[in-house]
Design a protein around this ligand. Structure first.
Ligand SMILES: Cc1cc2nc3c(=O)[nH]c(=O)nc-3n(C[C@H](O)[C@H](O)[C@H](O)COP(=O)(O)OP(=O)(O)OC[C@H]3O[C@@H](n4cnc5c(N)ncnc54)[C@H](O)[C@@H]3O)c2cc1C
Length: 400
């Protein structure tokens, strides 16, 4: 049957574990935290990801605690004018989910962990921190630390889904190639109703040479709705200054006058990177999700790509169980690493450049390109296939 040890019970880890359990593997999930962390990170689940989560039986519950967003917007922030509104419904002939779902990632992790707890072939160990691994030709031994002391587990495969600072990746000696942006990203969560005030979509990107912004509506725990605002710190600004009342209110006011009147219910600051692991596989150990790649959040692609990694890796392990063909395992690394670079790294960097462009001529060109894309169903379709990662998951798998 095979035993898969998943390190990390975040959103990618739970999807990997559910996919492994569905394929009949024995599964152990090791999660360092005692409970799911609910800091504001991913919320946008694209059509390509909804298809996979639906196959795992999760979509209805995710929609019930989130928001369905058919449209998304690009705005010119200095003039507060709408540049382009794109409609996912143009993808209706290509996917059964021609929309995105805005559901906070901790809800996915929580729902996934509940499902896993009900499965006879799964064990979830919370408060269990991976420390090291060793492997032979036919097994892998994982060492972890718990409040009651060290534990040792033997499995057939280990999947590192333990986030950007992955101890699994470090333990395997894999380089995390790329760079860190000098500015940090501020995330403010506000009860101000931006859609009511400025008729923007639930996912709106604002281009501005002095301070780009992203706006997202999420349901929140009470399902009453709240807005996440993502913006960069300015040069020389400390984290404390950026998160101060004064700076937070000024940032909200610059997006929409009156927005500072809404209660700010959460503030957080993130360091942002563009990095891809040099390898996604070493023998019986694999990386998936942020352990394998990190990127800026403009475009909402990091988690989506991580979920695609997890689902495709379990397909490969399932295939290997029948075929014993090593190449299906190497193909996981070749394909997922390449897709991350060509779709996620490329798009998130160019999304950021488009929003922060300072040269007035280039800036006007970028905004005109968006207007042109929005002007026809066919150009929207081409654009949205790429930005929703539908094109990446539909790329044929090279034959093993
Ligand atoms: C502001 C912001 C907005 C974002 N928005 C989006 C978006 O809209 N769409 C999108 O696709 N992506 C988005 N992202 C990216 C997204 O948050 C990440 O890609 C996602 O969290 C990756 O999930 P993961 O499960 O790989 O890693 P994580 O969420 O980091 O989970 C890793 C898990 O591993 C556990 N762990 C760590 N070390 C160990 C250990 N040694 N032993 C055991 N367990 C361990 C951790 O406790 C954690 O539970 C955003 C990111 C940020 C910062």
């Amino acid at each position: 049957m095979g035993h898969v040890i998943v390190v990390g019970g975040g959103p990618v880890g739970v999807v990997a574990a559910l996919a492994a359990a569905r394929s009949g593997f024995e599964v152990t999930v090791l999660e360092a935290a005692e409970q799911v962390q609910d800091d504001p990170r991913a919320s946008t689940l694209h059509p390509s990801t909804l298809e996979m989560l639906d196959d795992l039986g999760l979509v209805d519950e995710l929609i019930s605690v989130g928001l369905v967003a058919r449209h998304f917007d690009f705005w010119d922030k200095p003039s507060r004018s709408l540049v382009a509104r794109l409609d996912h419904d143009v993808l209706r002939h290509e996917t059964r989910f021609p929309f995105v779902v805005q559901t906070e990632q901790h809800k996915l992790a929580r729902i996934g962990l509940h499902r896993l707890a009900e499965m006879p072939n799964v064990e979830v160990r919370l408060g269990c921190t991976f420390t090291s691994l060793e492997q032979s030709a036919d097994s892998v031994v994982v060492h972890a630390q718990t409040a009651d002391g060290p534990v040792r587990l033997t499995g057939d495969w280990v999947i590192g889904c333990d986030g950007g600072r992955s101890a699994v990746r470090k333990g395997l000696g894999i380089e995390f190639e790329g760079y860190t942006w000098p500015e940090r990203f501020v995330v403010l969560t506000s009860l101000f109703d931006f859609a009511d005030a400025m008729s923007c979509s639930y996912r709106s990107y604002f281009a501005d040479p002095s301070e780009w912004s992203n706006l997202f509506k999420v349901a929140g725990e009470d399902l009453k709705g709240r807005w996440r605002v993502v913006l960069p710190t300015s040069v020389g600004e400390s984290d404390e200054q950026a998160l101060s009342d004064e700076a937070s209110m000024q940032r909200l006011e610059r997006i929409c006058p009156g927005a500072s009147q809404g209660e700010i219910v959460h503030r957080k600051i993130y360091r942002v990177h563009q990095r891809v692991a040099a390898q996604f596989r070493v023998g019986r150990a694999f990386l998936a999700g942020d352990a394998a790649h990190v990127n800026n959040p403009i475009g909402g692609l990091g988690l989506n790509c991580g979920i695609h990694d997890a689902v495709e890796l379990l397909e490969a392990l399932d295939d290997f169980r029948g075929s014993r063909n090593e190449d299906v395992l190497d193909a996981y690394e070749r394909r997922r690493r390449d897709l991350n670079i060509r779709y996620v790294q490329q798009q998130t960097v160019s999304n950021k450049k488009r929003l922060e462009e300072k040269d007035p001529v280039v800036r006007a060109q970028r905004l005109d390109e968006l207007r042109a894309i929005a002007s026809s169903e066919e150009s929207q379709r081409v654009f949205l296939r790429r930005t929703s990662l539908l094109e990446s998951v539909r790329e044929p798998h090279a034959s093993a």
